[in-house]
Design a protein around this ligand. Structure first.
Ligand SMILES: NC(=O)c1ccc[n+]([C@@H]2O[C@H](COP(=O)([O-])OP(=O)(O)OC[C@H]3O[C@@H](n4cnc5c(N)ncnc54)[C@H](OP(=O)(O)O)[C@@H]3O)[C@@H](O)[C@H]2O)c1
Length: 312
């Protein structure tokens, strides 16, 4: 009998996924019916979901074996009290590549001080500053999951002095891995450039508050492609105004789109990017979804299961 997949990630994404999802399931040897509507919720075997999707009450989908989220971040769906099915988040190799490139590009911008030359073409030949090299620069990555670990590895391959911090202790070659409250303080003290790739959970809300920002070296840089909720905005603006933080490159915000009147837009020490650090790619993401459906049917453990007690 055909496996019923309900694509509930919203009408905007359906045209992008319709073909790739059907193809990926075929290639995985699955006989599926993929539809963007579910006339009989009790007949749905798997739900493909994304924030802004078309289900609020998962109760009627009592026979669904899993909800497969197309986003890496699950803060919008994980707290849904009607969700009793296993929830899997997206780990898409193409999205990881995109994130590594975003992080590397923006870290390099700040490390090399590229703005001085890109924005400063004023006819004055200034060559009196020794150009920096990565092995003399300390970079910290908060969050050593799929994305943070990949970014940390790339930065280490470029020979930055990389520290990383996560909830549980990690062991990554050429990355000084820290954990725990004391580990966070040490990681921030070393952060001449700080990259934040933590999820949005109760425990990470405002993790970069005034006190923690004050631990960072004078003139440090921040690159935040994680979540807006990680940063106390008022504290960051105060640190930027004081010049204690030299620049913040921010991709994610508490309110998105970032309202036009928000101080971040006009701040000379802030670069706003519109949540474009990395995006799920339909072809590769469909293969991940298909593999999880194959696993569900074979009664094998799902990949990328969300621990809903931790919220990520
Ligand atoms: N801007 C964009 O375009 C974009 C795109 C995709 C994702 N994202 C964001 O990136 C985030 C990370 O994605 P991911 O795939 O790397 O997630 P992940 O694999 O779940 O990794 C999360 C990392 O954060 C750590 N962590 C979580 N809570 C913590 C806490 N309270 N204290 C210390 N460390 C904590 C985890 O520690 P453990 O390893 O010990 O569990 C893990 O290392 C997503 O949640 C999303 O918000 C942004």
């Amino acid at each position: 009998m055909s496996i019923n997949i309900f694509f509930a990630a919203g009408p905007a994404l359906w045209p992008d996924y319709r073909e790739p999802l059907a193809r990926a399931c075929r290639e995985a040897g699955l006989d599926v019916t993929v539809s963007d509507s579910a006339p009989d919720p009790s007949a749905v075997d798997y739900i493909v979901f994304a924030p802004g999707g078309v289900i609020e009450d998962f109760g009627p989908y009592a026979n669904a074996k899993a909800v497969l989220n197309l986003w890496a971040g699950v803060e919008k769906i994980a707290p849904n009290p009607t969700l009793t099915q296993p929830l899997c988040r997206m780990v898409d190799p193409a999205m990881t590549e995109g994130m590594v490139e975003y992080v590397t590009g923006h870290v390099m911008r700040h490390h090399l001080g590229m703005d001085a030359h890109i924005l400063g073409q004023d006819g004055i030949w200034r060559n009196d500053v020794m150009p920096p090299i990565a092995r003399e620069r300390r970079v910290t990555v908060l969050g050593l999951g799929e994305l943070g670990a990949a970014a940390a590895r790339m930065l280490a391959a470029l020979r930055f002095q990389v520290s990383g911090w996560s909830r549980t202790q990690k062991d990554i070659p050429d990355v000084d891995c820290l954990s725990g409250e004391a580990g966070l303080a040490e990681a921030l003290r070393r952060a001449e450039i700080l990259v934040t790739l933590l999820p949005n959970t109760k425990a990470t809300e405002n993790i970069l508050d005034a006190e923690r920002l004050a631990l960072m070296p004078e003139g440090a840089f921040i690159v935040n492609p994680g979540r807006g909720s990680l940063i106390d905005d008022e504290a960051l603006l105060a640190a930027l105004d004081a010049g204690r933080i030299a620049h913040a490159t921010l991709d994610v915000f508490r309110e998105e789109p970032l309202p036009p009147a928000h101080h971040y837009w006009a701040h000379p020490r802030v670069t706003v990017t519109p949540h474009i650090a990395a995006e799920t790619r339909p072809a590769s993401a469909s293969r991940v979804v298909a593999e999880n459906i194959r696993r569900g049917e074979a009664r094998e453990p799902f990949l990328h299961l969300v621990d809903r007690t931790q919220g990520y």
